[in-house]
Design a protein around this ligand. Structure first.
Ligand code: FE
Length: 340
């Protein structure tokens, strides 16, 4: 018994020493599913400003989450960065994040773009809008609701229901309109599809070029990217596209997030919070959003030129933390209406 107690105490002391050592180190371990060139600049600026070295572990979001869960209490992860509100919410639900009490993050990041328990924060916004063939479509839909209008039968290309962007969009519609209206909408969109869902968002733009679809639902950064550099099958045809910012007279255009939070067992918690606060600074906001042609979350920060070309819009201000709560309902609706 005595020996066990002694052994236990030694283990505890050992762990405490290890934690003290780790906690005092000038490093922050970043688990990130982002991989943009501009992010390099972001990290080196943070290192210069704080002396805290950024160690990056990159991978697909789901793999990183599985890894954090498997590592458990011994996980070296300090910060988790990913895209899509649904993934941020999943990381929270899996217990991979912890609450952060930061006056800076509270002040800089609008309430509706952060978790109600402060476990995750949005650092850039992505808008999901309509692109259409200007020659063929003279009255494009102006609202998400209108996508379900029978007059667009056989005209719409949109990717599959396994895609997180569509899951979050439908969850937002559930939050605004209720489950029944959301189901009717999803059914209407399925009925209007030009083809069974396939490919990514860029493929929906290519579908317009090929003439398979007249209208497609796409995150803006895919189009901005085609403006900025050569995207096969899109950039050469850029003039055929018109676009609509949906719901400008209603709820505003649906937005989603790229964001992150402090890992549940972060060994360098203080550095992790500093890193998140840095991401909310004006300069980092510019890089972070420009890295993927997205929109800053902090008001008044400039957007990249490729993004500015799409013009300005009014974004939906619904609380995305609340929207995340309706993701399971959205998934159920997708299955019920046969949205592949
Ligand atoms: Fe994407």
């Amino acid at each position: 018994m005595k020996r066990l107690v002694l052994y236990g105490a030694a283990v505890l002391l050992g762990l405490a020493a290890q934690n003290a050592l780790a906690g005092g180190e000038k490093v922050v371990n970043l688990y990130s599913s982002r991989h943009y060139d501009t992010d390099e600049r972001l990290y080196s600026d943070f290192e210069k400003a704080t002396g805290i070295k950024v160690n990056r572990i990159e991978g697909k979001a789901d793999e990183l989450m599985a890894r954090m869960r498997a590592e458990g209490r011994n996980s070296p992860a300090d910060v988790f960065l990913t895209v899509d509100t649904s993934r941020l919410a999943r990381a929270k639900n899996m217990g991979l994040l912890q609450s952060v009490d930061s006056p800076i993050l509270e002040e800089r990041i609008p309430d509706h773009l952060q978790d109600t328990d402060n476990q995750w924060f949005g650092f850039s916004k992505r808008a999901r809008i309509f692109f259409y063939d200007k020659e063929k479509v003279t009255d494009p839909p102006q609202t998400y609701a209108a996508l379900a209008d029978p007059k667009y039968k056989g005209m719409i290309c949109i990717r599959s229901s396994s895609n997180t962007y569509n899951q979050t969009l439908l969850a937002a519609i559930v939050t605004h309109e209720g489950e029944d209206a959301a189901r009717a909408w999803a059914q209407g969109v399925v009925d209007n599809m030009a083809r069974p869902p396939q490919g990514g968002d860029t493929d929906q733009l290519r579908g317009i070029v090929s003439g398979e679809c007249e209208i497609s639902v796409v995150n803006t950064y895919y189009f901005s990217r085609a403006l900025r550099k050569n995207v096969r099958g899109v950039s050469d045809y850029i003039d055929i596209f018109g676009w609509v910012w949906p719901d400008q007279d209603g709820n505003g255009t649906h937005i989603n997030l790229s964001g992150g939070g402090v890992a549940a067992n972060a060994p360098h918690r203080e550095n992790a919070v500093k890193f998140l606060e840095y991401l909310a600074s004006d300069k980092a906001q510019e890089y972070f959003s420009a890295g993927n042609d997205e929109y800053p979350v902090v008001e008044g920060v400039a957007v990249a030129p490729s993004v500015a070309r799409l013009g300005t819009f009014r974004a939906d201000r619904i609380n995305l933390s609340e929207v995340a709560g309706n993701l399971p309902v959205a998934q159920k609706i997708f299955d019920e209406v046969g949205w592949k």
